[in-house]
Design a protein around this ligand. Structure first.
Ligand code: GLV
Ligand code: MN
Ligand code: MN
Length: 397
């Protein structure tokens, strides 16, 4: 078995941040799509791009009640090599394993690459599956912009898709009978359990909120402290409130990973600051309570500095409990591997509202993810391929 992940090692490297920056429909992601298409065709899989830019490679004729596996090829800015691509390369390798043992699926089987899973370019995670399932309004999606002001509509048009056809795709969704996504684990759960592979039990409720603080742009040297309306102050208060609010709630997390002052000069008091909050907790009431506490602190700090603030919810997803029957069936097929919850979002979580869905995790010795230190040993990746092949054999046999 050849390690397909090695083929991707040079695509989308980010010399400034380290790791990889591959975003929906950018040059690196399009190159990876071309690579995927070539690998699928090499395997005599029939490749189709759906209306939302998701790529499907079919073993057999596309049809209802298919077993579908796959993941995404985009990354966060400066991300690791495994989050996403491992689920795609292992899916193709699992097809090879099944072919080598003479298996023929009794129902259609497809390997899928979902578009813009991380939301690293247009801000909304799992964009491909949100569009496919209608979880995001197509007009709102078309208007999403990347940091350079390019709209999603323009980006998909550049990639050869018709932006008018973005949106809920019942025909494509109806083909999916069951979905299984293999993913590198994004914590140390499997390390602690001394297991190479596990299955997922649940995903935390999570969402993203944009806070825009407005004050008065002015001179850093000439403006007396008492005369300032500096939006960086309430923005900083938000960062500290996020840690404080999450620490009050069991298993909650709140993060500011992106803060953009405008215009962004060292000797300039910013006129506005955009801050993106990522908040997660075991359920919606707790997630909402964390966000409300942070928003209240942000509003109070804005008022104190003579600034204003607007809050926009950019995406949200409730807690996902993966189909217990499918989870237990696959854990059993894999010899009783452990089930783990995760704090990370996945396309599998979006699809879980529509079809029985499962995830397989591969051990990550560093426990780090969304950063270059993300890792999985080749032997564990191979164990993942064997596990995924066994799962597909069971489900499509
Ligand atoms: C995606 O990996 C997320 O959890 O944000
Ligand atoms: Mn990710
Ligand atoms: Mn992922």
């Amino acid at each position: 078995m050849r390690d397909l992940l090695a083929d991707l090692a040079d695509v989308g490297r980010d010399p400034r941040r380290g790791g990889y920056s591959r975003h929906g429909f950018d040059r690196a992601e399009l190159e990876l799509r071309e690579w995927f298409t070539a690998e699928a065709l090499r395997r005599d899989l029939g490749v189709r791009t759906d209306r939302n830019g998701n790529l499907w490679a079919w073993w057999g004729e596309p049809g209802a009640d298919a077993v579908v596996t796959g993941s995404h090829l985009d990354s966060v800015p400066g991300g690791g090599a495994f989050d996403g691509p491992l689920g795609v390369t292992t899916a193709l390798e699992a097809v090879d394993v099944l072919r080598a043992k003479g298996f023929t699926p009794a129902r259609p089987l497809a390997v899928v690459v979902f578009a813009e899973e991380e939301g690293g370019r247009f801000g909304v995670p799992c964009l491909g599956t949100r569009l496919l399932t209608g979880a995001i309004d197509a007009d709102a999606a078309r208007r999403l912009t990347d940091p350079d002001g390019v709209t999603l509509a323009e980006a998909v048009a550049d990639a050869g898709l018709d932006p008018a056809r973005l949106g809920r795709d019942d025909e494509a969704l109806a083909t999916v009978g069951r979905f299984v996504e293999l993913h590198v684990e994004q914590g140390r759960g499997l390390v602690d359990l001394d297991a190479a592979v596990g299955v997922a039990s649940s995903i935390l409720a999570h969402g993203r909120w944009r806070f825009t603080f407005s004050g008065e742009g002015n001179h850093a040297g000439a403006t007396l402290l008492g005369d300032r309306r500096d939006p960086m102050l309430p923005a900083s208060a938000l960062v500290l409130a996020a840690r404080r609010a999450a620490s009050h709630v069991d298993d909650a997390r709140a993060t500011v990973g992106r803060l953009v002052p405008n215009p962004g000069g060292t000797n300039v008091i910013a006129s506005t600051v955009d801050v993106w909050l990522d908040a997660r907790a075991p359920d919606s009431p707790r997630t909402r309570a964390v966000v409300e506490e942070i928003a209240a602190a942000a509003r109070a700090a804005a008022t104190e500095e003579g600034c204003s603030v607007t809050v926009t919810e950019e995406s949200y997803g409730d807690t996902v409990h993966f189909d217990a029957g499918l989870r237990d069936e696959l854990a059993g097929v894999l010899g009783g591997v452990p089930a783990l919850p995760t704090g990370a979002g996945h396309d599998a979580g979006i699809l879980a509202a529509h079809v029985p869905t499962a995830m397989l995790f591969v051990r990550n010795p560093t426990g780090v993810s969304h950063a270059p230190a993300e890792h999985a040993e080749p032997a564990d990746c191979a164990a993942g391929v064997v596990a995924l092949a066994a799962a597909l054999e069971r489900l499509a046999g």
